[in-house]
Design a protein around this ligand. Structure first.
Ligand SMILES: Cc1cc2nc3c(=O)[nH]c(=O)nc-3n(C[C@H](O)[C@H](O)[C@H](O)COP(=O)(O)O)c2cc1C
Length: 218
């Protein structure tokens, strides 16, 4: 891998061809729940972690903690956690919406070769609290920035990422035996996607379509 951090040019111009490719990366990024089971090469994974390190973080505090979940017993506990939370979530819907929800595949936990839990170290001393004094939640936002950078980088390598949030976070912390100061941000299934699409699965299956984010002026 090229050492991206050491390419310290004073100026770097991105041309129209790059912008078009970048737009395509965003258009073709998907939340993936259907994976092939073949492994992700270690050197690719290392590269994705190093690219995620380049994400912005409040005060440069780099609070993101990735936990790679390889242990079969822990993975099984996460699956049970998801199944329980998903059953509870189904109970909150009625009629046709409940019928549709029940048909959705909302995690690829069984097939994905790689499981990554993402945490935020709320107690990190790095950055000396800069920027987080009035808004400590910016540490968690920083972890989301790293997670999303990882997601885009994975897509650039042809890998799929599926974010699973239908989970009890306290149970996740217990399953993974993480320090009390770490808050759970999200659980990622990572692997080679079975299919590629330009539109979200939830849109294709009729759950709802994307809308532009409102931009207000004051
Ligand atoms: C914070 C967050 C949590 C999510 N949790 C889940 C989840 O538990 N299960 C799931 O199937 N998708 C989950 N997703 C994926 C979204 O449903 C998906 O991003 C959305 O439908 C748009 O699809 P796209 O990512 O393919 O554009 C989550 C996404 C985000 C950003």
């Amino acid at each position: 891998m090229r050492d991206v951090a050491s390419v310290a040019a004073m100026e770097r111009h991105f041309d129209a061809a790059f912008r078009a490719e970048f737009a395509d990366l965003l258009v073709w990024r998907r939340d993936v729940r259907r994976f092939r089971t073949d492994a992700v090469p270690e050197e690719v994974l290392d590269c994705l972690f190093r690219l995620a390190d380049l994400a912005s973080s409040v005060g440069n505090c780099q609070p993101t903690r990735f936990v790679r979940v390889d242990d079969a017993r822990r993975r099984a506990e996460v699956r049970v956690n998801f199944e329980n939370a998903n059953r509870d979530a189904l109970g909150a819907y009625r009629d046709e919406q409940a019928e549709l929800y029940a048909k959705l595949k909302l995690a690829g936990l069984k097939e994905a070769p790689l499981h990554l839990a993402v945490f935020c170290d709320e107690g990190t001393g790095q950055g000396f609290g800069l920027g987080a004094r009035t808004m400590p939640e910016t540490r968690r936002y920083s972890a989301v920035c790293a997670l999303h950078t990882f997601w885009l980088a994975a897509r650039a390598y042809g890998l799929g990422v599926g974010w699973v949030s239908i989970l009890d976070p306290a149970e996740i912390a217990a399953t993974l035996n993480t320090p009390p100061a770490w808050s759970f941000v999200g659980y990622l299934c990572v692997g080679w996607p079975e299919e590629e699409h330009r539109t979200p699965e939830l849109e294709r299956l009729g759950w709802g379509t994307r809308t532009p984010h409102p931009v207000l002026r004051r």
